[in-house]
Design a protein around this ligand. Structure first.
Ligand code: HEM
Length: 409
């Protein structure tokens, strides 16, 4: 962003914004917290308190009937009024529906993500972390994002979705490629990435043909589910409901772990403080890593009822874009928000969203980050990121450090 640019230049799909949105977010927060984007008939909300307030409203005022992450082609169509839920068939990702369909389908996939179920994965995640370190540390140099957390997180996703863990590297590469939004276009989670379904549809077909019961609840529950009209989900429709886990579970945690470790290495006093008691301190540092490093930029909702915020009244059919990444850097919520401070108080956090669409994988994500960071700090005495070779590709969706080459000794 140049000195002469204004908040009016903010466009989530603009190449300059996708390359570094942070200066735009600051201007929006300071000068136009309810910024109207004429081209997309949408309001960009940038302040923590406003987004916190709006996302807690779950009375049908804000729905995701056009998707939580609509592509530019969707936003380019301006609506005359409220957008109804999509048709039941072919069923898109359930987040596009309001209650009851949304809640019922989300419940089908929720069992492995409840705190107790997640807790049973701890030893498996620790083993995966150590397997990765056994293989990587002797190399001396490797990619901290992809080779360490990336493979570990993708392996957990494979296990949860009934895929062979040997596919973890392929799954990781596929999801990474899918998140590379094109300037001017964005990404469309539910529709535009059929390559993902090549993994997921066979899993569903396999479970449908199986004679045993309850072996893979996340899929079995979807197959047993009946929509309000009594119909069932096809294999493809059930596979589409797994996309959130497939994508969210694979690409976010590795970027946060690698970037968070980098921040600690840049601040040796903070690194020493965390290492002084890993068990007590990593869970504290983890929250700052999530605040500071979470790569998701924004999620959208479409209005079904009028809503007024800071004297701006929005009409049914218009959209809001909640800039979660801006909220995490809002000085009004977090003093010195652009500084990484491992033990800062974080009474409220928006990185996992809030309200109806609150991240299904939040417990798992926290556990994975805790274990991956702990095992790394337990086994690696000295490490240095090769900043010149690091890469954070432009994206309107997941703007994070895809590649962080690291040297260990
Ligand atoms: C630290 C890592 C993670 C962060 C920061 C994160 C962030 C988010 C956010 C902000 C949302 C809300 C989107 C919205 O408001 O429209 C969300 C939704 C979701 N996340 Fe995560 N996520 C993370 C890890 C995970 C993991 C590990 C999984 C699963 C294994 C996962 C699965 C999902 C799913 C399925 C949804 C959709 C929820 C719904 O619309 O009902 N996420 N995530």
């Amino acid at each position: 962003m140049t000195a002469t640019q204004t908040v009016g230049d903010y466009d989530p799909f603009d190449p300059a914004v996708m390359a570094d949105p942070m200066p735009y977010y600051r201007r929006l927060r300071d000068h136009d917290p309810v910024h109207y984007l004429q081209k997309w008939d949408a309001y960009a909300l940038s302040r923590f308190a406003d987004i916190w307030h709006v996302l807690e409203i779950n009375d049908g005022t804000f729905v995701a009937s056009e998707g939580t992450l609509p592509a530019a082609t969707v936003l380019a169509r301006h609506n005359d009024g409220p957008v109804p839920d999509p048709p039941l068939h072919p069923m898109p990702f359930h987040a596009n529906f309001d209650a009851p369909v949304y809640d019922e389908v989300r419940r089908c996939t929720a069992a492995p993500f409840r705190p107790k179920a997640v807790g049973t994965l701890a030893e498996r995640i620790r083993a995966l972390a150590n397997e990765r370190l056994d293989e990587l540390l002797p190399l001396g140099r490797f990619d901290l994002t992809q080779d360490y957390g990336g493979i570990a997180a993708a392996s957990v996703v494979c296990q949860l979705l009934g895929l062979p863990t040997e596919l973890a590297a392929d799954v990781l590469a596929t999801v990474n490629a899918g998140s590379l939004a094109q300037p001017g276009q964005g990404v469309e989670v539910a529709q535009a990435r059929p390559g993902y379904l090549d993994y997921l549809t066979p899993v569903v077909a396999h479970r449908r043909a199986a004679t045993d019961t309850g072996a893979l609840p996340i899929v079995d529950n979807l197959l047993a589910y009946r929509l309000p009209d009594g119909s069932a989900l096809s294999d493809t429709e059930a596979a589409v409901q797994l996309l959130g886990v497939f994508i969210g579970g694979t690409e976010t945690v590795p970027k946060i772990v690698a970037h968070g470790l980098w921040e600690l290495s840049r601040h040796p006093a903070q690194l020493a403080a965390v290492c002084a008691d890993l068990e007590a301190n990593v869970p504290v540092a983890r929250e700052e890593m999530i605040r500071f490093c979470a790569p998701a930029q924004w999620f959208a909702r479409t209005l079904r009822r009028p809503f007024t915020l800071h004297d701006t009244t929005m009409r049914p059919g218009q959209r809001i874009i909640s800039l979660l990444a801006s909220a995490s850097r809002d000085e009004r919520e977090y003093p010195e928000a652009d500084s990484f401070i491992w033990d800062r108080p974080i009474p409220r956090l928006l990185a996992f969203g809030r309200g109806q669409h609150f991240c299904l994988g939040a417990h798992l994500a926290r556990l994975e980050i805790t274990i991956l960071v702990t095992e790394w700090l337990r086994r690696v005495d000295h490490f240095a990121i090769d900043e010149a070779a690091a890469s954070r590709p432009p994206s309107s969706f997941q703007w994070g450090w895809n590649s962080l080459p690291v040297e260990v000794c």
